[in-house]
Design a binder for this molecule. Structure first.
Ligand code: FAD
Length: 403
């Protein structure tokens, strides 16, 4: 722990704990989204925007980001302590996920001083919501083939095309946008450029898409002759792929520098012990069924091993044999585990697992069924599990590239 003053850190952690204990509202009287990808109503949006701003103003978000841009200027350990306090008190999620977790760190890492002055504070206060325009209807996993066209015209670029699955697209003020500026480049990657694009301009249309849970959270985003200042280009023309790859490292948790807090409800695996105690299978508690007990223990062991792997990932000397293995595996392991855990919770509840949110017979108000359906989101967004496996095969195991 570098030069951190332990006493100051302990005091900060104790203050954060007391603050979240006093200020967290877990039930505002309407359903909160489980993750930043299901913010579907204005009511949810306003509540979460106010909450993020309050956490930031109290000093518990962006605590380790540089002071000159609106951060707290403290060591990362302080932000980690605040995030742990959020966890303990089951704080609602932080809203501006794409700003806090990938656009923000990207700007701090690769942006100009002017960009940072302009954008960072608004990310932290949630005044400026960010969204991400990478995927297109015909190009998701094959991101390098993105076709949205950006043509330079004097001091402006003119954008035409469509992006899809744009999380919080309808609330976005800015978009990190991957667009094609050169259709004659020697390869598909070299023709791409990266923009910090304003969304509230003529020609941008966002059409909400409904998810399998019935909730909204992302849009298809259409660009028709949209004119944006040429200064929105990040880096140089043709550097889009490089900057997009850096962005994905933040998004997939392979690179540190995020503002802190969490943007997805974190299920504690031990919660399913309670489910197993209360859920009845054939009239007896599921926990008394030897097969279910066995499975339950396997999940708890896996949860513990993931936690230890995560801690190990942060200790460089323990990762010398394959330095990127844990960082590149994180997204795959945690998102697939969350999906299987929610599925198992439904299995424990037997036939009652079929009742959904809003049904009086639903176990835990349908939390597990909704959680299960929503858990697929994270196994797809930011690169599907299959793509993550390809990346691990390629970059960690050194296997030949898939054709
Ligand atoms: C909830 C949610 C939120 C999202 N938010 C955003 C957002 O804010 N911004 C944004 O730009 N995108 C967003 N996405 C889009 C996401 O990044 C894409 O859905 C994802 O990259 C997959 O692309 P695709 O949907 O086009 O599927 P495809 O690429 O068509 O893939 C279809 C299937 O084929 C498999 N596949 C494809 N290529 C390979 C390969 N080479 N090897 C093995 N299997 C392969 C995939 O794993 C998948 O199972 C979001 C997605 C979800 C679900």
């Amino acid at each position: 722990m570098g030069d951190v003053n332990i006493k100051e850190l302990e005091e900060f952690a104790a203050d954060a704990d007391a603050w979240f204990q006093e200020n967290v509202v877990t039930d505002p009287g309407f359903m909160l989204p489980l993750t930043f990808m299901e913010v579907g109503t204005d009511q949810q949006f306003e509540f979460l925007r106010d909450w993020q701003r309050k956490v930031y103003e109290a000093g518990y978000l962006g605590a380790a980001w540089p002071k000159e841009y609106g951060g707290g200027g403290l060591d990362q350990e302080f932000q980690d302590a605040a995030t742990n306090a959020m966890r303990r008190h089951h704080s609602p999620i932080m809203l501006n996920a794409i700003g806090l977790n990938w656009a923000g760190p990207l700007l701090l890492n690769m942006g100009t001083d002017e960009d940072r002055q302009k954008y960072i504070k608004g990310i932290l206060t949630a005044d400026d919501i960010w969204c991400q325009g990478f995927s297109e209807p015909e190009n998701g996993s094959d991101l390098g083939n993105a076709q949205l066209k950006a043509v330079r015209d004097g001091d402006e670029y003119v954008l035409n095309g469509s992006k899809i699955w744009t999380t919080q697209g309808n609330f976005g003020k800015y978009m990190i946008l991957l667009a094609r500026t050169n259709f004659d480049a020697p390869n598909k990657y070299a023709g791409l450029s990266f923009f910090l694009a304003p969304m509230m301009v003529d020609g941008v249309e966002t059409v909400p898409i409904r998810k399998l849970t019935g909730e909204y959270g992302f849009t298809q985003t259409f660009f028709t002759d949209v004119r944006i200042p040429a200064s929105c280009l990040m880096g140089e023309e043709g550097q889009g792929w490089l900057i997009a790859m850096r962005t994905l490292e933040y998004e997939r948790g392979a690179r540190a520098g995020q503002a802190g807090g969490y943007v997805m409800t974190e299920f504690d695996a031990f919660q399913i012990v309670d489910v197993a105690r209360h859920a009845l299978r054939g009239g007896t508690p599921a926990i008394e069924d030897p097969v279910m007990r066995d499975k339950l223990v396997e999940f708890l062991i896996e949860a513990q091993s993931l936690k230890l792997c995560n801690e190990r990932g942060a200790i460089a000397p323990l990762n010398q044999d394959r330095p990127m293995a844990l960082a590149l595996s994180n997204k795959l392991m945690f998102t697939e585990f969350a999906r299987r855990l929610n599925e198992f919770a439904i299995t424990l509840t037997g036939a009652a697992g079929g009742y959904y949110v809003g049904d009086e017979n639903a176990v835990d108000q349908g939390l597990w069924t909704r959680g299960y359906l929503n858990a697929f989101s994270a196994t797809i967004g930011g690169g599907t599990s299959q793509i993550q496996r390809n990346i691990i095969g390629d970059h960690v195991l050194g296997l030949p590239k898939s054709k």
